[in-house]
Design a protein around this ligand. Sequence first.
Ligand code: SAH
Length: 221
Amino acid sequence: MTSWETKAAEMVEKQIQARGILSERVLDAMRAVPRHLFIPEELRESAWADCPLPIGEDQTISQPYMVARMTELLSPEEGDSVLEIGTGSGYQSAVLAAMGAVVTSIERIGSLAARARDTLASLGFAVNVIWADGRERVGCAEVFDGVVVTAATPAVEEWWTESLAPAGRLVAPVAVMSGGERLLLRLKNADASLTDTWLDYCRFVPLLGGTQTGSVDGACQ
Ligand code: SAH
């Protein structure tokens, strides 16, 4: 039987390096995180496939390449604080944490937040998972070096940009047409002005308002 490390290395080589992701830190993190443990038991055989997969509650874990692409755009340094909106399975958080980022992640579905928290903790990733609507400002006036949104948003919420530190970066799939998004990379300059760059077209599950408890049970682990 092939070990998951071999499958992860193959995924990185064929799906991620082959498409031009060059950051060794991103590639190393994606080799190091056991993606299969963030996926429901019955789908685990497909964990390394080149596509998003269902994780329950009508939500998905993103395609590995999309996780790599957003992580490379964010490029967190060791010790940087990163806010994620849309925890889902917790996989994107784990990749960021594996790069040494200090991650806070917000999820609106309680059952997914609980499962992601369990999976991350069991793997030793100290991610702060918060059950809340990430469109609304959460908690204290914390400032983040990076913000990554992993659900399709009609617009960039003001508090996400306000929470960026100088030289901070935000990456978000912003709706640009019916059923389609485009990745926005927003840099906050030293004088607090913003530089926006529009990148890849993509497809994410929608950012929704409010919270719900959800019903999927148990940890993926
Ligand atoms: N990053 C995830 C994939 C996210 S799928 C991973 O690595 O698995 C998008 C997630 O965003 C879903 O779990 C969905 O419930 C969540 N979401 C949607 N709207 C939200 C909101 N307003 N606040 C927080 N989470 C939200």
